[in-house]
Design a binder for this molecule. Structure first.
Ligand code: SF4
Ligand code: SF4
Length: 432
């Protein structure tokens, strides 16, 4: 079977051998009440309250959401409004940490005896997809469609990021156990783990660990970005095509990130909800590239200082990788559940990699690079005309914002960015 392609990128996986280490306790954490797709939570604590590690501090009745827990013990010092990177606002709970770091007595392994109690435990854990999309896991794990396969995303195809690799290398048994738990409670007969071939050690270890479980297969994927995109991953591991307008579940598949699956294993054993996050810290102004386990809500500044970042020179700081990451607006902003990396670059580096755009030279490279065979130049022209019928024909809503088109464009045009505007226009026209 021909594998779906994309583009070849320099991997820059210089932190792959950096073992994970805990971040020293921050003086305070600022925990937003929305770190997931769906409804934000409301704080269930107030200023002056004492909280403990793992204590629930935010929740909502909305189905599409996930509760939020304190990552430290200490005192709630403020509850304020917070503007997130998508422009929306939510409440922010600020907690001054104490010395004890006492664990909440509610943190107990959950009683799981069937599918419903499993899904309810996953909701209570606060798990949201750790690959970046931050979709509430209990929703993803309860599709209406009949599914038969768990597809685990261990591709980690974005340059620089190695936190999933460290998870696979340091605690492969958590990955296998988490997969077995999900398969058991959701009655899924099959599991496939897709890993890019630039991680031979992870492929070796997981293949070895999966040997006792013939229902789990490890697949080596080509090193062409974006192998971790759901549609690409499902096709390249299972040969199933997720058509336009379909979800993975329509093809009988649930996709989970490898770190999310490992979290399921840990949570079922300990009951500690999602209060930490392993983050890769790298970039040309980072003195000590590392993988660091960070309490959720820790200011980005603490993480950068730990990694010996030259803060004077850091002009471009990203949550996530260089292809799909988003800019950190303020280094006092918090680390979120979805953050798998913080990258910091100098102005010279950023300029070198984002020179000025010129007119399209009709070379077609963006078309060849698109893993979904979209036509970015036609999309761009249709968007300029605000021609929503043409955008629909061009299937712009399929665009997953992987950035391959922008990366290869010799005219340095913001192709993926224009596609996102065009996609938003087409989606709003479809709703009318
Ligand atoms: S058009 Fe969309 S899916 Fe295709 S390469 Fe560009 S960003 Fe990726
Ligand atoms: S890669 Fe850039 S210059 Fe070439 S066709 Fe696409 S948008 Fe135009």
């Amino acid at each position: 079977m021909r594998k779906l392609g994309g583009i070849r990128l320099s991997h820059h996986k210089g932190s792959e051998n950096c073992k994970s280490q805990p971040l020293p306790r921050p003086e305070k954490v600022c925990i937003p009440m929305s770190m997931h797709i769906g409804a934000p939570c409301s704080p269930i604590v107030k200023k002056g309250d004492l909280v403990t590690v793992g204590q629930k501090i935010g929740d909502t009745d909305a189905f599409m959401s996930a509760p939020i827990h304190s990552s430290v013990s200490g005192k709630v010092t403020a509850i304020s409004d917070y503007r997130m990177s998508n422009g929306r606002t939510c409440k922010l709970v600020e907690i001054q940490t104490d010395e004890e770091q006492a664990v909440c007595p509610d943190v107990q392994p959950p009683a799981v005896h069937d599918k419903d109690s499993f899904l309810s435990a996953i909701r209570e854990s606060g798990l949201t997809g750790m690959g970046g999309a931050s979709f509430p896991a209990h929703v993803k794990l309860a599709p209406r469609q009949k599914v038969d396969t768990l597809c685990i995303n261990g591709a980690e195809c974005e340059p620089y990021i190695t936190s999933d690799y460290r998870q696979m290398a340091e605690a492969p048994d958590e990955v296998i156990d988490g997969a077995l738990q999900v398969m058991k409670w959701l009655d899924l007969p099959r599991c496939v783990i897709g890993i890019e071939s630039n991680k031979p050690e992870a492929i070796r270890i997981l293949t070895e660990r999966a040997a006792a479980h013939p229902e789990i297969t490890v697949v080596s994927l080509p090193c062409t970005y974006p192998q971790g995109a759901e549609k690409v991953l499902i096709y390249n591991t299972l040969g199933r095509i997720v058509m336009e307008g379909q979800l993975p579940a329509d093809q009988g598949v649930i996709v989970m990130n490898v770190s999310s699956v490992a979290f399921v294993s840990r949570y079922l054993k300990t009951g500690m909800p999602m209060v930490t996050r392993m983050v890769t810290v790298d970039g040309d102004v980072i003195g000590n590239r590392c993988n660091v386990v960070v309490p959720v809500g820790t200011p980005v500044k603490n993480v950068l200082e730990f990694a010996q970042c030259d803060l004077e020179k850091a002009k471009k700081i990203l949550y996530g990788g260089p292809m799909m990451g988003v800019s950190v607006q303020d280094i006092n902003d918090p680390v979120l559940k979805a953050n798998n990396a913080i990258l910091a670059f100098s102005e010279a580096f950023a300029k070198k990699h984002s020179p000025k755009a010129t007119a399209c030279i009709h070379c077609g490279r963006c078309i060849s690079a698109c893993p979904l065979n979209l036509m970015p130049p036609d999309i761009s022209r249709a968007y300029a005309r605000k021609d929503t019928a043409a955008l629909e024909k061009l299937k712009v809503t399929l665009c997953m914002n992987c950035g391959c088109c922008t990366y290869v464009c010799p005219a340095k045009r913001p192709v993926a960015e224009i596609n996102q505007f065009a996609k938003a226009l087409a989606m709003s026209a479809a709703k009318k």
